[in-house]
Structure formats: structure tokens, C-alpha cells
Design a protein around this ligand. Structure first.
Ligand code: EPZ
Length: 420
């Protein structure tokens, strides 16, 4: 397993190209199952999660080619049973359930299981598909779904933590070929859901209201191929923005969509950074010092849970007390213990982390645990004095393409060491 070795104390300067969105491209790849025709998807990041989804689609019978950031997928003849080993390893693959139901009226998909940030239930996915006429059965670690035909309906998809992103994606993808009109209330508003709906409408679907809490889908008889460019990854952009602010530097994020980062940029300004928006992206300039913050994660367009760990790393440097409250997932503070190995002073009180910042961080060996927690450790390692070794960076490779290469180009002293 690979590690990153970081010599801290550097300031990040320069510009970095933001890649395509992981969380947009995964459901978009699943949506190609809804047509026999060829789909072309551009600005696809080369990530292990993307490679996994390619393998899942191929295991279902699709032909997949991936070169130079472009995916060409044709699902001419497919089966309805997803490969347990592949699906269990990547939670995001649950989003093949909706398109398989839409295309074949039957599907058997392994339950995704939990991960370090929470139990990751799919009750809302199943509620939505049942409302469209699917009959669901949980057996042997699989969800087995079938229906004589899918029909429209009115579905309230909100859960105890608010909307569900992939649950909304699954229900939209099951409804585009259903008989009649589907109205999804309390739908997720994330830009990744909007990008999926743009992709589906490009295939001939009739979806309105994407990006709002109410999405209306009018079923059509068939969908065709499409050529689509994925939106920029707002979480990759946000991660590099925080790294710039935490290191005292100035970084231009080429291709970043500032309109997808409202809450993140607002908190960066409040912490003392300056933000310049321009046609090609945005530039983040660190302030004299990082100021403490109070952050609560919320559904979009509130502060994104996927940026919580990265901000916690930066707030370890802010003299004073910061409070970070996680309202989306039940256990997304795995990074706190590892940050404390770097000298941070963090206390966990239920859903909140209390960060008493301002003491300098010093390098240490730390263990990555989840995609965004790993990013937090890299940010902290760059800001810390001395050497930090981040183990198990395969977690990072799931969601950040060549992160160490991009950071080194900005002046970080970071290199990947190949593990056994
Ligand atoms: C997506 O996960 C993202 N993943 C996550 O990003 C992101 O953190 C999350 O949305 C929230 O924004 C992808 O898009 C691949 P949810 P998803 O369903 O859709 C509860 C990253 O780091 N819930 O919106 O699986 C759930 O437990 C990843 O890139 C139910 O109760 O998340 C959670 O508390 C991590 N029942 C809340 O809703 C359900 O049926 C939000 O989950 C489904 C979800």
C-alpha cells in the first residue's frame, strides 16, 4: 500500500487544473445502462472509483473504453445482476440499481454495506423504487428488485439527515422510462444531481426542476446516446483552496465553478482568505493568519460534509476555539485522532468537534481512513513542521487524481512511496 511522505512548512503557490467531478461521473456512468446506444463522457478523472465503476459496467455486459479523460460506453446487451465483490467495495455503485430497473425491470445488487463514516443505509432508495412499482426483497446480502412495469408517482425522499444524493439519482434514473409522471419531493439539490439530469435529458429524458427540492420526470419510451462533459469537481477545488489557505499561499484553481462553492468560499473568507472569481476559475489568497470558525455541515447549498475534514485540518492552525458540527453522517471525525498525532488539540462532543487551534503542528506518521479524512491529513502535513508520512493513500486515489503531483507542482515537498 502506497504512502505519501511530506516535508512540511511549504507555501503553496501557482495554479492547478481542477478535474471532472467524481460524484457526478459515477451516477452518469450508471445512466449509460438506460440505452443500447453509445454514450461519450468527457472530462472524466482517472480515479480508482471510476475504474471500479468501469469494471462493474463491464461485469453487467457493457463495453467500456477509457482514454485521455474520455469514456465511451455502450450497454447494448446487459444482465441485471451486479458483481458482489465489486459492488461491495464501492458504495457509490448502488446507483446502478435505478437504471437496471429502468432498463430491465429487474435487478439484483449487493447491499453496499457501511463504511468508516457511517452505516450508509439505502432505505430511501428502496422507498422511492417501491413507489414506482418495484417489488424489493433483501436476501443474502443482496437487494432483489423486480416489477411488471414502472409507473410514475409522487415520492417524498427526505430522510432523517435531509435529502439523499444517490437515492435521488436512483429514483430519477428509474423514472425516466416509467409510464407517466414522477414527482420527487425533498430531492437532493447537489450540482452532481443537476449534471446527471442534464446527461439524461441529453439522452432524451424529460426532467424538470433539477437543482430544486422538487424534480418532475415525464417518462418516455426510450433513450438514446449522448456526448456529455462532466462538471468540475467542487470538492477537489475546495480541497486545494483550503490547502492554499492553510499553507499561507496563493493558488489559482483553473476550471473551478465558484457558483458550486458558495458555502465553502464564504467560510474561507470568514477565516481570513481572499477569493477572486474570474472567467477561468478562482484564486485563493491566504490571509495573515487563519481565523477560528463555527461550521455545520448541511445538504446543498449549505456547507458540504465532504469539505468538513479539510477545514478541520486548517482550523488546527487558527488561534482560538473552532466548532465543527457534522449533521450529515454519524461518524465522520476519523481524521480528528490522526490530526491529534500531529499535535492538534481536538475534543469530540457528540456531533461536534471542538478545535483549540493555534499551536504549531509537528510531523508524524498518520493513517488515512476515508477519502476526505486522508485529504485533511495531507493538508495538515503540508502545514506542519517536519516530516509527515500518510499511510494507505489508496483512500485518496479513490477521489483525487495524482494529488501528490498537483501539490508538488504548487511547491509542496511531497512524494509517493510505493508500498508492498
Ligand atoms: C453522496 O453519497 C456522495 N457520494 C458523498 O460523497 C457525500 O458525502 C454524500 O452524497 C452527501 O453529500 C457520491 O456521490 C458517490 P446520501 P450518498 O444518500 O448519496 C442518509 C465523498 O467523499 N441516508 O446523500 O451515499 C445517510 O446515512 C462521498 O465523495 C438514509 O438515511 O449520501 C446520510 O446520513 C462520501 N437513507 C444522509 O442520508 C438512505 O436511503 C446523506 O446521505 C440514503 C441516505
Amino acid at each position: 500500500m502506497d504512502s505519501f511522505v511530506i516535508e512540511g512548512g511549504t507555501t503553496l503557490r501557482g495554479e492547478v487544473q481542477v478535474g471532472g467531478s467524481k460524484n457526478a461521473v459515477l451516477p452518469i456512468m450508471a445512466a449509460t445502462l438506460l440505452t443500447r446506444e453509445t454514450c461519450v463522457i468527457r472530462r472524466v478523472p482517472d480515479l480508482s472509483d471510476v475504474r471500479f465503476m468501469c469494471s462493474i459496467l463491464e461485469s453487467l455486459g457493457a463495453t467500456v473504453a477509457f482514454a485521455d479523460g474520455t469514456l465511451t460506453i455502450r450497454a447494448e446487451n446487459i444482465s441485471g445482476t451486479g458483481n458482489y465483490d465489486l459492488i461491495r467495495k464501492m458504495r457509490g455503485s448502488i446507483c446502478i440499481l435505478g437504471p437496471l430497473m429502468g432498463r430491465l425491470l429487474r435487478a439484483s445488487v449487493s447491499l453496499p454495506g457501511g463504511c468508516v463514516i457511517g452505516t450508509r443505509p439505502i432505505d430511501l432508495h428502496l422507498k422511492g423504487l417501491e413507489a414506482l412499482g418495484a417489488r424489493m426483497r433483501i436476501e443474502g446480502g443482496y437487494v432483489h428488485a423486480e416489477t411488471p412495469g414502472l409507473h410514475g408517482g409522487v415520492i417524498f425522499l427526505g430522510g432523517r439527515s435531509g435529502p439523499t444524493v444517490l437515492g435521488t439519482a436512483n429514483v430519477v434514473m428509474a423514472s425516466v422510462l416509467a409510464e407517466g409522471v414522477t414527482v420527487i419531493e425533498s430531492a437532493a439539490c447537489e450540482p452532481e444531481v443537476v449534471d446527471l439530469c442534464h446527461f439524461l435529458n441529453g439522452m432524451g429524458a424529460r426532467i424538470h426542476g433539477a437543482g430544486s427540492p422538487t424534480i418532475t420526470v415525464t417518462g418516455v419510451a426510450a433513450l438514446g446516446g449522448v456526448d456529455h462533459e462532466v462538471i468540475a469537481d467542487r470538492i477537489e477545488a475546495g480541497t486545494f483552496a483550503v490547502a492554499a489557505a492553510a499553507s499561507g499561499g496563493r493558488v489559482t484553481l483553473k476550471g473551478a465553478r465558484a457558483e458550486h462553492l458558495g458555502a465553502v468560499l464564504d467560510k474561507l473568507r470568514e477565516s481570513g482568505a481572499a477569493i477572486e472569481r474570474h472567467a477561468g476559475g478562482l484564486t485563493v489568497t491566504a490571509g495573515q493568519a487563519v481565523r477560528p470558525l463555527e461550521i455545520t455541515t448541511m445538504p446543498y447549498s449549505g456547507f458540504p460534509t465532504d469539505m468538513q475534514a479539510q477545514f478541520m485540518a486548517m482550523l488546527c492552525l487558527a488561534p482560538g476555539t473552532s466548532i465543527v458540527t457534522e449533521r450529515i453522517f454519524e461518524s465522520r471525525f476519523m481524521h480528528a485522532a490522526e490530526l491529534m498525532r500531529l499535535g492538534a488539540d481536538i475534543g469530540i462532543e457528540g456531533p461536534s468537534a471542538i478545535i483549540r487551534g493555534g499551536r504549531p503542528l509537528s510531523g508524524a506518521e498518520v493513517m488515512a481512513s476515508d477519502l476526505r479524512a486522508s485529504a485533511a491529513l495531507v493538508i495538515a502535513g503540508i502545514a506542519a513542521q517536519g516530516r509527515t508520512q500518510v499511510h494507505r493513500v489508496y483512500h485518496l486515489d479513490r477521489g483525487y487524481e495524482r494529488m501528490e503531483v498537483k501539490l508538488a507542482a504548487l511547491g509542496a515537498r511531497i512524494e509517493r512511496t510505493r508500498g508492498e
